[in-house]
Design a protein around this ligand. Structure first.
Ligand code: AHM
Ligand code: MG
Length: 315
């Protein structure tokens, strides 16, 4: 089976970029081992501190951030780290060519119940500065810590899936993920319905109306509450993920973060033939105004995303 380092030689001639991806993969492999043992090591529960966004940090949020930071610090190609867990961008190697933006442990509210969590990352050229559009990404990926540990990564070609074996090697298990164009599954936190806008309400109402409704088919709803798990399902078998702007998140610009959640996920989903939007423009076309900027996120199967876009165009 093809190993990650070998696959990278087919995706980029830039060895430093390949090295940056390998550093994130190594951080993911180390974190996978930590997560497997965390309840034994007493590492679940709160760390007693808050992150920059005022959210309580878990012990593992802090540990994950440290693991990623250590792997990136050891790689002189990495110039700057932007992390969900760190208020400011951290300057690493002065001669490095890359910025890495990461959510080191996404979905961490699920840790105490042993549900899949993940590490999301985006790699940018240092020369472009901290606030670059998603279209400028050089590569992006995530690690999903589930029944298997998966690394999903894309440079500029296909979105590929690797699985961590018991010797710590990342082996290619899906060469080119393809998000089916049509799907009958949507993912949204329906407990937020009272805050939704007309487009979101319209799309979901159409979907739950079933075979005799305007969508003409039956839908299922899935919501893990862990973006990596929800997006991984959509990459593998289709569907749509929505965390739209609603009346409660409007003052913040949305719920999920542009640089290290929305952009890398849009990069991966689009590389697999899916589509992404804020409702009004492609996620990858949003100009960031801050490193922790939030954005509405709608992405997945192209036909479903288009149906939401149609609602936004009409409302
Ligand atoms: P986090 O980065 O603090 O873990 O928050 C992001 C998570 C996503 O993984 C998930 O899709 C979303 O928040 C869940 O939101 P909700 O609490 O509304 O279900
Ligand atoms: Mg997080």
């Amino acid at each position: 089976m093809t190993e990650l380092a070998q696959w990278l030689t087919t995706q980029t001639s830039d060895q430093a970029l390949a090295g940056a991806i390998l550093s994130m993969a190594a951080a993911g492999a180390e974190l996978a081992a930590v997560l497997r043992q965390a309840p034994i090591a007493g590492q679940t529960g709160l760390a007693g501190s808050e992150n920059v966004q005022g959210e309580a940090q878990k012990a593992l949020d802090v540990i994950s951030n440290d693991i990623v930071l250590n792997h990136l610090r050891a790689n002189p190609a990495i110039s700057i780290l932007i992390s969900e867990e760190l208020d400011e961008a951290v300057h690493l190697s002065s001669q490095g060519a890359f910025i890495v933006a990461t959510d080191p442990l996404d979905g961490s509210s699920n840790l105490d119940v042993n549900v899949t969590v993940g590490t999301i990352f985006s790699i940018l050229a240092k020369a472009g500065g901290l606030l670059q559009k998603g279209t400028a990404q050089l590569a992006a990926g995530y690690v999903a810590y589930g029944p298997a540990t998966s690394l999903v990564v894309r440079v500029t070609g296909d979105t590929s899936v690797f699985t961590l074996d018991d010797k710590g090697a990342w082996l290619l298990t899906v060469a080119a993920a393809k998000v089916p164009t049509a799907s009958g599954e949507f993912a949204i936190n329906t407990a937020r319905e009272r805050f939704w806008d007309e487009a979101t309400t319209g799309y979901v109402q159409e979907s739950v109306a079933g075979e005799t409704g305007p969508a003409g088919k039956r839908y299922n709803m899935r919501w893990v509450g862990s973006m990596v798990a929800d997006i991984h399902r959509i990459l593998m078998r289709g569907g749509i993920f929505l965390y739209p702007l609603d009346s409660e998140t409007v003052s913040k610009g949305g719920r999920l973060r542009l640089l290290y959640e929305a952009n890398p996920m849009a990069w991966l989903v689009e590389g697999a033939g899916g589509r992404s939007t804020t409702g009004h423009e492609g996620i990858l076309d949003v100009t960031p105004t801050g490193i922790h900027q939030r954005v509405p996120v709608i992405l997945g199967s192209a036909d479903e995303v288009r149906r939401v876009e149609d609602w936004y165009a009409r409302s």
